[in-house]
Write a protein that binds this ligand. Structure first.
Ligand code: NAD
Ligand code: WQD
Length: 341
């Protein structure tokens, strides 16, 4: 019997790639999203890529009663991957209540329902942002948390704690995945990041500048004490990240997880600077990027990258894509979506 997985935030960037990986690995999928930062066109792309029409609910997970309808219609949900959240760091500073309400109410509702309906596995989208402004990299899962740099980051710290406390005495096992910097797009170029609001993350800013949607981009800070003065991050291809979720479910379904909750970093363990990312983009695509060197962006961490030894050892997870694949697939996706606009 195929296992059934509910993917929340499934029309969004990472969720839609995870749905493809789940379908390709023999899972049945149900998707829920309220469309606050995406639209159901990603489900059409998923259909083109996999041939599967995924059942879709347009529901706000902050509405518990509406959310319960999914479980009443699908009484056999084995696992949940909870992607649904607002994720814009700057917006969270301006509208903290919106972020606390949306990200935490939806989480509490979906946890409550997963306990009530005997779900076996709960996978949560956490973030390297929980580590805060670290003084050293690589960071492993035991690296102590610093103060969250934004209300968004705080929702991930609190979210992790709510999950472990709420599921402690239940049969639901959880995995908290701390993503580093997801980027890139599906190799088909039919699916990628297509947010409703203008992106602030480096890779979409680069591709939007190269295609002409933005005149110029700014490198935020070239006076950091790093090898070229710009900030260092751990960029992970979205398809590699998606596959980590499938492995987490498998790990729990095969009863390989003894503890109630576990945590894994998902990054590629290699820090690259902003200028190195721009250089990789130019080399991979032949484009010359119009950028300027500007001031530091408030709240930016100088350097952070992962130690992912634990995910490799316990989940058998290993990244397949590198920075060149990230830049190439991101650019192919940008060209594809700009054509259809
Ligand atoms: P995304 O915005 O593309 O996807 C999130 C989806 O959740 C969106 O489609 C949105 O419409 C939906 N959503 C939000 N609130 C909802 C609600 N109350 N009810 C139903 N649907 C709701 O973002 P993403 O990049 O795919 O991120 C997915 C998850 O991964 C988020 O939890 C995010 O915080 C986390 N994360 C993202 C990154 C990143 O850089 N992209 C890094 C670390 C962690
Ligand atoms: C990367 C680097 C910028 C845009 C954010 C969230 C974090 C996590 C991942 C969700 C930085 C520089 C960027 C630009 C630039 N998300 N940059 N010019 O800040 O590492 O992390 O996404 O959990 O919580 O904070 O990612 O892509 O915004 O920035 O120079 O126009 O690119 O300064 O050094 P970040 P990012």
């Amino acid at each position: 019997m195929k296992k059934k997985v509910l993917v929340t935030g499934g029309t969004g960037y990472i969720g839609s790639h995870a749905i493809i990986d789940l379908l390709e690995n023999g899972y049945d999928v149900v998707c829920v999203d309220n469309g606050i930062n995406s639209d159901p066109s990603s489900l059409e792309a998923i259909k083109k890529i996999t041939g599967v029409s995924v059942p879709f609910y347009c529901i706000d997970l902050c509405d518990r009663q509406e959310s319960e309808k999914i479980f009443l219609e699908h009484t056999d949900i084995d696992g949940i991957i909870h992607f649904a959240a607002l994720k814009a760091v700057g917006e969270s500073v301006e509208k903290p209540i919106l972020y606390f309400r949306n990200n935490l109410e939806s989480l509490i509702n979906i946890l409550d329902l997963s306990i009530k309906y005997d779900v076996k596995a709960f996978i949560f989208s956490s973030s390297c942002t929980v580590y805060g402004d670290v003084s050293q990299s690589p960071v492993d899962e035991n690296t102590p948390w610093q103060d969250a740099a934004s209300p968004y980051g705080r929702t991930k710290q609190i979210g992790e704690q709510i999950i472990t406390d709420s599921l402690k005495h239940t049969k639901v096992k959880s995995i908290l995945l701390r993503y580093f910097n997801p980027a890139g797009a599906h190799p088909s170029a039919l699916l990628g990041e297509s947010p409703v609001n203008p992106p602030q993350n480096l890779v979409p800013v680069i591709t939007e500048t190269a295609i002409g949607k933005r005149n110029q981009m700014t490198v935020y800070g070239t006076d950091y004490p790093t090898r070229d003065g710009s900030c260092i991050r751990d960029y992970i291809h979205v398809c590699d990240l998606a596959h980590a979720h499938t492995l987490c479910l498998k790990h729990i379904f095969l009863d390989k997880q003894s503890q109630q909750s576990d945590t894994f970093n998902v990054g590629i363990g290699n820090g690259l600077s902003v200028l190195e990312i721009i250089d990789a983009f130019e080399k991979q695509t032949g484009q010359v990027l119009n950028y300027t060197k500007g001031a530091r962006r408030p709240g930016d961490v100088m350097a952070i990258y992962s130690d992912y030894t634990k995910a490799k050892k316990i989940l058998g997870w290993q990244p397949k894509y590198d920075v060149n694949d990230i830049m190439r697939t991101a650019w192919e996706w940008e060209k594809h979506r700009s054509k259809s606009m």
